[in-house]
Design a protein around this ligand. Sequence first.
Ligand code: NAP
Length: 254
Amino acid sequence: MKHFGLLGEHLGHSLSPQLHKIIMFERHIEGDYTLVELPRETVEQDFLKIKSERRYTGLNVTIPYKQTVMPLLDEIAPQAQMIGAVNTIHFTEDGRTVGYNTDYYGVLELLNENKIDVQGKKVLILGAGGAARAFIAAIRAGGATEIHVASRSAKVGDTYMECPMVSYDALEQEFHVDLVVNCTPVGMWPNEGVSPISAEVMKRLGAFAALDAIYNPDETQFLKYAKELGMIAANGMTMLMEQAVKAQEIWNSK
Ligand code: NAP
């Protein structure tokens, strides 16, 4: 039996144990998945102890440790390096630790499932945080020609992962894109019914598709606006599922 888990600080509401149980059942993987809560003061020593004990085959990593673990690992996959965060660690049989970012693969699958080809497209990402970084890396790899990032603090000339930043005021002017992605927590349970952009701005953008990193609720106000305009509209559930599936594939080499 293999041991997997989620490393974080406060993990009481995590969906990961349920997700991984489903995936392990479906894929005939014998293992357990536990929550590993570590305090900030000792996280580095605790992590090195976990590594030396060689109990785990794999750990997911969540806020606030996605960057903390990076200097403690033996190797970091290029996508995780690009994103600047690790959400999956593989403890290999020869005692090494390799960090990955499987949110990247979650985004690729979300695009794929909704038949969104970003090659040559202009994309607008709302929010400049962790989810945005995974979307930018995957959308850039997909060949988008322009990626703009809207931030509440954007000033003229600012960039985020080398993408030009725009203010929300600028979106009120003429601003056209092919795809718009919500990577802010605006509209997430329990603060539903609000959207980072208005129905008017959604219409003016002229995009053919809208994606939301949020998966609870199923349909955010942002996605409702998109659906009313007949756009392709999808939430972050596929991304969430797929990042977990990819983690299991890495840990089990299948
Ligand atoms: P985060 O880093 O805390 O925040 C993202 C960005 O949103 C912030 O950097 C901020 O950018 C902007 N923002 C925050 N509050 C805002 C507000 N009130 N109004 C407008 N913008 C605001 O969070 P995250 O980890 O990127 O997660 C963002 C969302 O994606 C969450 O709902 C999370 O649950 C979801 N998510 C889903 C998945 C998945 O697998 N589906 C994975 C990761 C995250 P500025 O300050 O620059 O404006």
